[in-house]
Design a protein. Structure first.
Lengths: 209, 802
């Protein structure tokens, strides 16, 4: 006899998770030279990268604060859908995204949720993973893409097309050099912003060679 | 019949009139009877507190009102669309209080309830939290959160909630395993089906309302489907099973009674070759059936469908008496009246003893703590007494002067010869019995089915679908529940808070994965008042906050909304149950906080349920929790008990089974005592009982060999085998010590065949309870007759008396 007591939906976690993903980013590696530099070429180059390990420094600027907040740590990406962000300073905190699972660990506390319970969040995570995996189709499902600059210094701009996402995020700018992501800037709808600078720790291709 | 009626004497007229009046009375009672099919009749009458909870939950708990809906076929997109459309229709239907299919319908209301009432809801609200040190701790934590990935959420509410009450409340909420989502709605693990949880407004015990609710879901689904759609709808859940069981039992009882009547009629017609005899022969049966139903209705207030199903089988037994009358009084060429007198003298005492034996056997069931068993007992007693009395006192007067059935002495002679030879296979029969005994002893550990589900009329496919839907919808397995009772809502909510503190300790120590508590959604008024009193006035708060934020990166004017919020919270009305309306927590509260039933008399109590979730692959520390709860009960009078639902249902069934076994043994002993009292001979009683016990053992061994585990109704069947078989044994063991007559043999064979026909049909029933009786009684009575013939005293086989 099983009793189906009402399972309370953790919908209230949604904003937390949105925030989590806004801070997401990842990474890069060396590339193949292409004849024409365009989004397809960029995507093709990014798609070659199967894993990466980078360090990050994230700076948040908020209207309620009189000075920015800074956090740092490292991140690991494994193609096609595994991401781990480990914040070391000022307080240790780990976030893992594996397929549809999102796990947040802070001290003794652990929270695990299904990404698919939060369609907007899933869309956002897919955008980051889409960039890292070089999956243009996945990106264009939720964002309008535009590319600026040259292969040696490019910036991919993502503007949400979904109205719910627009209420939270104004734009995402991902910059890089060839197949390496160097920074991710997120401008929120309310004007607050965060900028994450990325530096590779072990370039996987070089290490492999 | 009119020709016969003219000869009726005054006493006969009286008997017939009394009989007709009796039938009329029975008819009247039955017309006002209610018929039930829920299995609660097979649950105990006077349960323990723990069992009471279990039974309440089965009958009326929230679980009993949950319908699990499954949409199969078509593609994910179409299933999701159907799920959304169906859910939207059901949400507008007042018959359903909650429809969950993964769409975020209540999110905004839920969030608003928590946020707007955070200072009344949060257990962290104490005076110290709003002093300089407390606020500084909270602000430091807020800076950490802003820096962390959770920053965005904190950022938006920080100016209103710098002490972090919202985060505290969210931290307490358990995030149970959630179903998978596909196209925005809940889907099965394999993604091939859409699933939905629907909660009805009506109680699970209200089968009519449940049936209406189920039909509404089906109808809405059909309306939404396009003609080409390949999607199909399935539903499970306790109430669905209840409705299905009622349908099944209803249709089974209908076809069983029609078929067994036809079968017995054909059989009797073949023997009697007289439609009149057939009609007359059924009179005791119909009278008995009516008396049985009326007696049960009077004694229990309602009649269970199973009792009716059992009743149809009893036709085969009750018809025996008229068979004995017709066939046995057939013999000789003497006049009609003389033949009847002779029958009364020669055979009636034996039949009367047989009837009495059956009655004392079934009387033991009347003491059963399970109304279902007691009903069967009462039905049998009332039915058999009536059938026997009608056969004895009414039927002879209704027989026409020249009434006669076909000459059956040819068959009788053949039987007579067979019986004379039967004694020769005494030894092979003994070997069979010895082997059967060995089988029973060998399998004694596995003879009984110890699962309460064995009584359920629900099919295995339905049970499997239900189990998979429960997995898919993440309906938690709440094996352990802490229950507390009190005189008012406030009382139980205060208890719930105190128990919650104990459970929180267990959770913090990792002994529990999580727990639910009604006070989490609706704190007691006492706690709310206390929290309100903890909030400082705005001037003090401003001063404390200014001191606390020195050196932190917050802009000075950020916290104005906080001052407003505290000022408002200090005077806001305390939360009541109605404030939860239209939130997801309303259904949670309904499930966890149980109001006393208004129909119940005074002294009815409120109760609160706190379901526990164990850590994966481990159990809770029940011993320690029990000790902690007992200490709490002693200090705070919380009346908390920890109920292990699985253990309780196992106990329940074990008690059920052992009671039924005791009652059956008691019934058997009562029969022996009765026979001893009448025959005044131990050897005779032994002779009478041997074939009956041999039949019981052989049937039990046979069922065991065929892999059928025995449930309670097999046991009732065995009791019936003894009851019916006692008639045969008595005939073979005639006190007059003369040979058993060919017509008596014929009557026994015919009576046996009708019993086999009546009960044999039950063996094909889909309802396990009826099937169990069928497979026991049908072979059992055949064996009882054979054994009675084989082990009959030599006198009845025209040999020297022993």
């Amino acid at each position: 006899m099983s009793f189906a007591f009402h399972a309370f939906r953790p919908a209230l976690y949604r904003p937390v998770l949105m925030a989590c993903t806004l801070c997401w980013s990842l990474v890069y590696a060396p590339s193949i030279q292409a004849a024409e530099w365009n989004i397809d070429q960029l995507m093709h180059g990014l798609a070659q990268i199967k894993s990466g390990h980078v360090s990050f420094v994230e700076t948040k600027t908020m209207a309620i604060l009189d000075r920015p907040l800074v956090a740092s740590g490292d991140m690991i990406y494994t193609a096609p859908d595994k991401l781990e962000k480990r914040t070391l300073k000022p307080k240790p905190e780990t976030m893992q995204i594996n397929g549809n699972q999102l796990l947040v660990e802070k001290g003794k506390q652990k929270h695990q949720v299904q990404l698919q319970d939060f369609p907007e969040l899933a869309a956002f995570i897919d955008s980051i993973r889409g960039t890292l995996a070089g999956d243009r189709k996945a990106l264009e499902r939720n964002y309008l893409l535009s590319l600026e600059g040259s292969e040696a210094s490019w910036t991919l701009q993502l503007i949400p097309t979904n109205s719910k996402m627009k209420q939270v995020v104004a734009q995402i700018r991902i910059s890089g050099v060839r197949d390496e992501v160097r920074s991710i800037s997120i401008t929120q709808a309310d004007g607050d912003s965060s900028r994450m600078l990325i530096e590779k720790i072990v370039p996987p291709k070089l290490a492999a060679q | 019949m009119t020709a016969g009626m003219q000869h009726i004497s005054r006493s006969a007229k009286l008997a017939v009139m009394a009989w007709l009046a009796f039938l009329l009375a029975c008819g009247l009672i039955i017309s006002r009877s209610t018929f039930t099919t829920d299995l609660s009749a097979f649950l105990p009458r006077s349960p323990t507190a723990e069992q009471q909870l279990l039974l309440d939950q089965i009958r009326d708990g929230v679980a009993s009102r949950i319908i699990l809906v499954n949409i199969d076929g078509a593609d994910a997109k179409e299933r999701a669309q159907l799920s959304k459309q169906l859910a939207s229709r059901l949400r507008q239907d007042p018959a359903f209080v909650s429809v969950q299919n993964g769409e975020p319908v209540n999110t905004e209301q839920d969030r608003a309830y928590f946020f707007n009432n955070r200072y009344l809801l949060s257990s962290a609200v104490t005076p110290a939290r709003f002093e300089v040190a407390g606020l500084r701790d909270a602000l430091n934590e807020s800076v950490d959160l802003l820096t962390s990935p959770a920053g965005l959420m904190v950022k938006s509410i920080l100016p209103q909630d710098p002490s972090g009450e919202m985060m505290h409340l969210l931290g307490q909420l358990t995030s149970a395993k959630q179903p998978a989502l596909s196209e925005g709605v809940w889907a099965s693990r394999d993604g091939k089906r859409a699933v939905m949880l629907v909660q009805t407004k009506a109680s699970g015990a209200d089968t009519d309302a449940q049936e209406a609710a189920i039909n509404r879901i089906s109808k809405n689904f059909k309306d939404l489907q396009t003609a080409a759609s390949k999607a199909s709808l399935q539903m499970t859940g306790p109430s669905v099973f209840g409705v299905k069981a009622r349908e099944t039992i209803h249709s089974e009882v209908t076809w069983l009674s029609i078929l067994s009547t036809v079968l017995i009629a054909v059989l009797l017609l073949a023997v009697y070759r007289s439609v009149l005899a057939l009609g007359l022969g059924f009179l005791p049966v119909i009278s008995g059936a009516l008396a049985g139903i009326a007696a049960v209705s009077l004694a229990f207030g309602s009649v269970h469908g199973i009792t009716l199903g059992f009743g149809t089988a009893l036709i085969g037994e009750a018809v025996d008496y008229s068979i004995y009358l017709f066939v046995q009084s057939r013999q000789g060429t003497v006049a009609h009246a003389q033949r009847q007198t002779q029958w009364l003298k020669q055979f009636w005492p034996t039949i009367r003893l047989g009837v009495l034996t059956s009655i004392v056997g079934f009387a033991s069931l009347l003491w059963s703590g399970f109304p279902g068993l007691a009903q069967l007992g009462l039905y049998s007693i009332a039915g058999l007494i009536t059938a026997a009395l009608v056969t004895r006192f009414v039927l002879p007067h209704l027989l026409p002067q020249q009434f006669s059935i076909r000459e059956v002495s040819n068959l009788g002679m053949i039987l007579s010869k067979l019986v004379q030879k039967a004694n020769a296979i005494k030894w092979p029969a003994l070997i069979v019995i010895a082997l059967a005994t060995a089988v029973v002893v060998q399998n004694r550990q596995h003879i009984w089915n110890d699962k309460i589900s064995s009584l359920s009329p629900v099919s295995q496919t339905d049970i499997q679908l239900d189990a998979s839907l429960r997995m898919d919808t993440g309906a938690p397995d709440t094996r352990y529940i802490v229950v507390t009772t009190g005189i008012s809502r406030e009382d139980v909510l205060q208890n719930s808070e105190r128990i919650g503190n104990v459970l929180q300790t267990h959770k913090d120590e990792g002994l529990l994965a999580s727990y639910e508590a009604p006070s989490r959604y609706l704190p007691s008024l006492a706690s709310q008042k206390q929290r309100q009193a903890s909030l400082p006035d705005v001037e003090t708060l401003k001063r404390n906050l200014a001191a606390a934020s020195v050196g932190l990166p917050f802009k000075t004017d950020v916290f104005a909304p906080f001052y407003n919020a505290i000022e408002k919270a200090k005077t806001q009305p305390l939360l009541e149950a109605k404030d939860l309306v239209n939130t997801s927590m309303q259904t949670a509260l309904d499930a966890l906080l149980i109001q006393p039933n208004q129909q119940e008399q005074q002294g009815a109590r409120w109760s609160a349920l706190l379901p526990l979730t164990a850590n994966p692959n481990s159990s809770i520390d029940a011993q320690r929790l029990n000790a902690d709860l007992q200490a709490l009960n002693k200090n705070m009078n919380t009346k908390a008990i920890l109920v292990d639902m699985k253990q309780e249902s196992d106990h329940l069934y074990a008690g059920y089974l052992s009671e039924a076994i005791k009652l059956s043994v008691g019934g058997l002993l009562a029969m022996v005592v009765l026979l001893l009292a009448v025959t005044r001979s131990v050897t005779r009683v032994l002779r009478l009982m041997v074939p009956l016990l041999a039949a019981v053992i052989t049937v039990t061994a046979g069922l065991s060999l065929f892999g059928q585990q025995l449930i309670i109704l097999h046991l009732i069947g065995l009791l019936l085998v003894v009851a019916v078989g006692s008639n045969y044994a008595l005939f073979f063991d005639s006190p007059k010590r003369d040979a058993i007559s060919p017509s008596t043999l014929t009557s026994m064979l015919v009576a046996n065949m009708t019993t086999v026909a009546g009960f044999g049909l039950l063996a094909f029933s889909k309802v396990s309870i009826l099937q169990a009786m069928g497979v026991t009684v049908a072979p059992g009575v055949v064996l009882a007759l054979l054994y009675a013939a084989i082990f009959a005293p030599a006198s009845s086989q025209k040999q020297q008396p022993i």
